[in-house]
Design a protein around this ligand. Structure first.
Ligand code: AMP
Ligand code: ZN
Length: 667
């Protein structure tokens, strides 16, 4: 029999490994950093008391779980402290009194937004970005320079009168808009959605491929500059100076002559924050005078000259009416808590997302429980806890469903993922409708006027069940539908007709092969002349194509093994939909580039990356995706980073700017 302590230790280890995986690999933590730390501490304690159960693979050996082995670890020359928190004005007044007592002279403050992202420390030497390091445990962090260089707001080269060597500290974050854009793309590609902008930003910084980081379009703001000789007397003045060196500092900052002004700033942003394009979780108040800052110094954890004021996540209690389950267009099941309507942060809340089965279990949610609902970083409110005192005697725990609520099919759980799926892709109603909506979407067959509501109606009337059915629709069938006028019916029919001209690559994207997003579809269309060629390709052949991994390849092969898909494809072909590569897509304009290899890096301004790659191909060149000895030309736009350096190091690569590239093909 296993010792109960050993069992507990192993359980904790497994749990922490899973959370590490969720955090680093999936970028989707299911517990807060605080909860993670609690568990880690518990494990550390047990391991200390029971050294006989030590293990070389224990998560406790990874310093707070913060340092991955993938990036070099760098010690901070100046420690990265955290901030003391205050939650009300009393706390803040107490802090001001302590400050006053220590400095014995009038004190000014700077009030700043507390950006909710990941902090970063960037070393500049002689005006050049040298090295960027995450906070890690405050003493040492991960060196993630290539990733940070993708953030367009961070200058690579400074101008003006800057100190020879200094550290710029700030926050990397994601705007709400970019967060939604990323999730929309993930939804289209059938991937799990990210929880909130903050975790997505910090997760993004730890991605190995900086090209993917660049696609996330991270933002940044800098708020502290550390050097041995500081060229200013106050924090405010220093920040203004750094602006002239090329840094982006926050637009929403206030120089306050007293604490009253600080409080006004806080009260204003407590409500106005909801209108910002990004998320903040509080206000940071700093003593303005740098000499006063030096007098105040640091505690073991944080500067005495700064204080964070945390906004309260608004929280209310309400009753759970029932849990229902939504089936997404990709088959993912989302449990939803239906709540007794309640007012929260200015809106009436009736539902809260429960995300997945694990979360329901962790809450230990029972029928008709009273729950606390919070609107935190997440877009949809969430249940943070249950008020067990109000639990009715005899009420039973919520049982997760076993079958799809829409089609009855038994649900499946993908290994290592918390989410359940309905595997009945071709006949589960929301998935059927989702597939057709995807088919007509702008980036696919772009059938205008055929909206999701119309498709839902057509499906209910049993007029369409898969994309091929669109091509047999008649105006007479459309007219009886709700709110369908003669003119819109004609537009739909015309739109469907016009979609027969849409090129192969977009059709390939439109037919909805799992994991085949827009970019993958393009790559496939370049490498396979027709749908039949693709149908005959094996996994081994598919993974030869740039950017196609095993998961995508297997999904493609599985798609073509299904006779219903083959039937749909044959029907689409018979209606004249483009299932072969058009002549013009690979037509050569010249072969002046003579099979030479090209790579584009940095911010391009004369053409887009796609246009550039197309030009290369049309002139007989080849695009490759990494700097190596095989590369002939590197074309650099603005703010080119590590690729340029690497190319220079190799020495045999011709480096061109955009105009020089155009000149080359104009010859
Ligand atoms: P905490 O993580 O709660 O200890 O808060 C400290 C963190 O707040 C820092 O490590 C920064 O990442 C972050 N932060 C966001 N905005 C600011 C700001 N304007 N000044 C200082 N720290 C900030
Ligand atoms: Zn189903």
């Amino acid at each position: 029999m296993t010792d109960p302590i050993q069992k507990k230790i192993e359980e904790l280890r497994n749990e922490l490994h899973q959370h590490n995986y969720n955090y680093y690999t999936l970028d989707e933590p299911t517990i807060s950093d605080f909860e993670f730390d609690q568990k880690l501490k518990e494990l550390e304690e047990l391991e200390k008391q029971h050294p006989e159960f030590a293990s070389p693979s224990s998560p406790t050996l990874r310093v707070g779980g913060e340092i991955t082995k993938n990036f070099p670890t760098v010690r901070h020359q100046f420690r990265m402290y955290s901030l003391d928190n205050s939650y009300d004005f009393n706390d803040l007044e107490d802090w001001e009194k302590r400050v006053q007592k220590a400095v014995q002279e009038p004190v000014e403050f700077v009030a700043e937004l507390k950006y909710d992202g990941a902090s970063i420390s960037i070393l500049y030497e002689n005006g050049k970005l040298k090295e960027a390091v995450t906070r890690g445990d405050g003493f040492q962090g991960d060196e993630i320079t290539p990733n940070v260089k993708t953030v367009s707001e961070i200058p690579l080269q400074l101008h003006g009168d800057f100190p020879e060597k200094f550290y710029a500290r700030g926050e990397i974050y994601l705007t709400r808009k970019n967060f939604e854009r990323i999730n929309k793309r993930r939804e289209e590609e059938g991937l799990d959605l990210f929880m909130n902008p903050r975790n997505t930003a910090s997760g993004s910084l730890k991605i190995q491929d900086s090209a993917e980081v660049s696609r996330r379009r991270l933002s940044s703001v800098l708020y502290q500059f550390i050097s041995t000789e500081t060229p200013a007397d106050t924090h405010w003045e220093l920040l203004q100076k750094t602006k002239s060196w090329g840094f982006r500092i926050s637009e929403q900052m206030k120089l306050c002559r007293n604490l009253e002004e600080v409080k006004e700033f806080i009260s204003f942003w407590d409500t106005a924050r909801h209108q910002l394009g990004f998320e903040i979780d509080g206000i940071v108040v700093k003593v303005n005078s740098l000499s006063q800052q030096r007098t105040l110094g640091y505690t073991a954890k944080s500067p005495r000259w700064a204080m964070a004021y945390k906004f309260k996540a608004e929280k209310v209690e309400t009753e759970l009416q029932k849990v229902t389950y939504q089936v997404g267009r990709t088959g993912a099941i989302t449990p939803v808590a239906n709540l007794k309507p309640v007012l929260l942060a200015g809106t009436v809340v009736k539902r809260a997302s429960l995300h997945n089965e694990d979360i329901i279990k962790k809450l230990n949610l029972h029928e008709h429980d009273f729950v606390y609902v919070e609107k935190g970083g997440e877009i949809i409110p969430k249940i943070v806890a249950v008020n067990t005192e109000k639990r009715k005697a005899g009420s039973s725990a919520i049982q997760y469903i076993k079958n799809c609520p829409e089609c009855g099919t038994e649900l499946v759980k993908v290994e290592d993922q918390a989410i359940h799926f309905c595997p009945n892709e071709l006949h589960c109603p929301p998935q059927v409708v989702g597939r057709m909506i995807h088919y007509v979407s702008r980036k696919a067959l772009n059938i205008e006027n055929l909206g999701s509501e119309t498709i839902e109606q057509l499906y209910r009337e049993k007029l369409v069940e898969n994309p091929a059915d669109f091509y047999t629709l008649t105006k007479e069938q459309l007219l009886p539908l709700e709110r369908m006028a003669e003119k819109s019916a004609r537009n739909i029919i015309d739109g469907i007709e016009k979609s027969k001209e849409i090129p192969f690559e977009k059709v390939l994207y439109g037919i909805g092969i799992k994991h085949v997003g827009e970019t993958v579809a393009k790559k496939l269309a370049k490498n396979f002349n027709s749908i039949d060629d693709l149908k005959n390709a094996t996994v081994d052949e598919l993974v030869q194509v740039e950017d196609i991994g095993g998961k995508i390849a297997e999904s493609i092969v599985a798609f073509f093994q299904n006779p219903e898909n083959i039937l749909m494809i044959e029907r689409l072909k018979s209606y004249g939909v483009q299932l072969e590569r058009g002549e013009n897509t690979n037509e050569l304009i010249s072969d002046i580039l003579d099979s030479k290899t090209f790579l584009f890096t940095g911010k391009l301004s004369l053409f887009t990356r796609e246009e550039a790659e197309e030009m290369v191909e049309k002139h007989g060149g080849k695009n490759i995706s990494a700097v190596s000895k095989n590369l002939n030309y590197l074309v650099v736009g603005e703010k080119a980073g590590s690729k340029l350096k690497k190319a220079q190091d190799i020495g045999t690569i011709v480096i061109l700017d955009e105009q020089e590239f155009l000149d080359l093909i104009k010859k």
